[in-house]
Design a protein around this ligand. Sequence first.
Ligand code: PEP
Ligand code: MG
Length: 590
Amino acid sequence: MGKPEVSAVEAALAKQQGASFTLHGAGVSGGIAIGYAHLISTARLEVAHYEIPREEIEAETGRLDAAIEQVRGELVGLHAAVPADAPAEMGAFLDLHLMILNDALLSAAPRELIRTRRWNAEWALVHQMEILVHRFEEIEDAYLRERKIDVQQVVERVLKAMLGTGHQPAPEHEEDIIVVAHDLSPADMILFKQHEFAAFVTDLGGVTSHTAIVARSLNLPAIVGLHHARHMIREGELLIVDGSAGVLIVNPDRQVLAEYQLRRSQFDLERQKLKRLKTMPAATVEGIAVELQANIELPDDLEQALENGATGVGLFRSEFLFLNRDDLPDEDEQFEAYRQVVLAMNGHPVTIRTLDLGADKTLNGEQFAGPNPALGLRAIRFCLAEPQLFLTQLRAILRASHYGKVRILVPMIAHAHEIAQVLRYLANAEDTLAQAGVAFDPSVPVGGMIEVPAAALAVASFMKRLDFLSIGTNDLIQYTLAIDRTDDNVAHLYDPLHPAVLQLVAHTIRTATKAGVPVAVCGEVAGDVALTRLLLGLGLRQFSMHPAQLLAVKQQVLRSSIPEVELLAQRILRSEDPERTRALLAKLNA
Ligand code: PEP
Ligand code: MG
């Protein structure tokens, strides 16, 4: 990834007028970026923001009007096509959308914004949508509150109608751009993969939200939970993002800028040096082998995993194949994606997690997970409620198993009957394929994610029916400490060193190891170098993490001696005082 030329930065310094200030948030992803603010709205990443020349105001308003007119035609057409025997809600739903579309509240304000501020039509429309959505969010009545989704859907239709009709100026140097947003969904973040931005910062979000996780996989410096950054920063301002410290400096002075340029070079140099470890086997000082695998969201992430010497995929978050689209990937499409990963891993294991939809990962923005999504119909619960969807995925995975070493991982198990049901569906999928004469591995290992305290406590009985375990610490911490991982208001309570969390992790590792059941950690703590030795000391020998962290964790493993780390890990486990825990951890890492 390129960096702003010093001369460009100098130029920015010369022209900038804003006062310098610093904001603090939660650093999500390491490294330092220096670049220019680009404000984006919360709705959709694809919406461009640019100023139009004065002489194009008329044409731009016309573009908005034409799109609204087109959508009106579409909705009227759909209404006319509703069959006479269709449920009454169908017609009512289209009526509601037409009503929203015809309301001056939706179109008058954007026209004004185009005229007075010279914003492009998409920007103006999304801005007004956010105002309306915010008003809906304040309504007490739950039914009316949810109507914000209808406003969003209507606006999305209009945005689609405008697609390709604008004149967005191509960003000159994407690698100099720092995206500033109020909030970004995991689906938005996936779209970042097509860009080469320098960094991103958001007002909302926790460090283990899926938005943050995708940011890590992009290997970009990022900060979440900045609260008011989107309002305080202006388009084009010079920013420094320190993703390790969670510090954002707006309009830095010359001295601060020079300091961070130096730090950035040092950070890059360190990363560069780590590359030497790529082919070295991961083993402790006394030669105990440690498995270091990669977490991926999409097949494209494999390149980074291989570049960093991953010896397998410990977690393929398959649900990302389902985001940012209107339809569902069918069996063949899923099969191709899984096979691509399996072939690229060339005999190394590929752990495909079955769909973990729900909570912050929704199909096309749809909410189906109930009033409290993290506790609702999420992950395996959703799959068991949608057997056709689940069976399709299982068949696709089984077909890919013919091409390498595939393992199936089931997210968020909490009940023994969920494991039993999964195994029944798997047998059903195997039967279907066998009858059709399709090749697959008849003994694909099935593992369970330990992500809720119930599963950690019941691990001894759960694992009798499972071939392996993987501890999802992101959710395990969320559910143990009762903190929504996407909510920055409780982000300060996120604590992997909380005694309850440590006890659950240690108990799971100990129980599985004693019974000879392979156990990994695939939550974000697996990629946190400050916790590598502690996990080794608790008996962990398999880590799965975002690829960018693989070599730094390997470096820790190479420098660790098991008898030494075991001793301190046990003392940490017994510690009742958080300060003492942190002091012991510092000693462990010294
Ligand atoms: C976890 O919960 O730790 C995990 C690895 O799964 P995800 O982050 O996708 O929920
Ligand atoms: Mg999870």
